[in-house]
Design a protein around this ligand. Structure first.
Ligand code: ZN
Length: 214
C-alpha cells in the first residue's frame, strides 16, 4: 500500500499533468482522482501502467492469466477501434486478413453461451464499418475461446479466407493505418462516477492547493 503522503503527492502530480493536457473530460477525471481512496488510486495507477506491483505481490488471477483481461484493462497495449458497455473492439495483431478485428467482452467470459447478446450486435456494427471502409466481399463473425476468455472474430473476406486460414504478423505501420481508418471518432472517455465515492468538501479543497515546488 502506498504511504499517505505519497498518495497526496501522486494525486497532485496527476492533476497537474491533467491540467497541462487537452483531454476533453479532464475536470471529471480530476474530480475522480481527487476522490479516490488509497486502494482505488493504487488500482488506477496499476491499470494505467503508472506503477508496477511489488515483487511477490499477488496479482489478481485474471490479470495474471488472461491476455484479454489485460487488454481490456489497458495493461497490454492494443489498437482499440471502438467499445460499448460490454465489449471492446481491437485490431487483431496476427490477422488473417486486412481489418481482422476481435470483439473482447470486458468481463472474463469463459463459455460462448455466457457471451452478452450485445457482443454480437456490436460485432455486426463493426462488420458494417469494415464493409464500408475496406470493401471486402464479405465479413464473417464467429466466436472463439482463447485462454478461457470468449472473443468474437470479425473477419473481412477478400478472397477465400476463413477463420482457419493462415495468419501473419501485422506490421505496426499497417495497424496504425487501419486504426486510423476504423477508429470511432471519439467522444470523451466516460469515467464511471458510481464507482467512486464523493468526498467531503474540506478534503477536496485541500487537494486544490498549488503543487509545492520540491
Ligand atoms: Zn479474460
Amino acid at each position: 500500500m502506498l504511504p499517505p503522503d505519497q498518495i497526496e503527492t501522486i494525486k497532485k502530480q496527476l492533476i497537474s499533468q491533467l491540467d497541462s493536457s487537452n483531454i476533453p473530460d479532464k475536470e471529471n477525471i480530476k474530480n475522480n482522482i481527487t476522490s479516490m481512496n488509497p486502494e482505488q488510486l493504487e488500482e488506477f495507477l496499476m491499470q494505467n501502467n503508472l506503477i508496477k506491483k511489488e515483487d511477490g505481490a499477488q496479482e489478481a488471477p485474471q490479470a495474471q492469466q488472461c491476455i484479454f483481461c489485460s487488454i481490456v484493462s489497458g495493461q497490454i497495449h492494443s489498437y482499440k477501434i471502438d467499445e460499448d458497455k460490454d465489449s471492446i473492439a481491437v485490431l487483431e495483431i496476427n490477422p488473417i486478413s486486412k481489418g481482422h478485428v476481435m470483439i473482447i467482452p470486458k468481463e472474463h467470459i469463459p463459455t460462448s453461451d455466457k457471451l452478452p447478446k450485445t457482443a454480437f450486435s456490436f460485432a455486426e456494427k463493426i462488420a458494417e464499418k469494415i464493409k464500408t471502409k475496406l470493401n471486402p466481399k464479405d465479413v464473417q463473425i464467429s466466436s472463439a475461446n482463447l485462454f478461457g476468455h470468449e472473443v468474437i472474430n470479425v473477419l473481412p473476406v477478400y478472397k477465400e479466407e476463413t477463420i482457419n486460414s493462415q495468419r501473419h504478423q501485422a506490421k505496426p505501420e499497417e495497424l496504425e493505418k487501419l486504426h486510423k481508418k476504423l477508429e470511432k471518432k471519439s467522444k470523451p472517455r466516460r469515467v464511471k462516477p458510481q464507482k467512486i465515492k464523493k468526498i467531503k468538501k474540506s478534503e477536496s479543497k485541500k487537494l486544490w492547493l498549488p503543487r509545492r515546488v520540491p
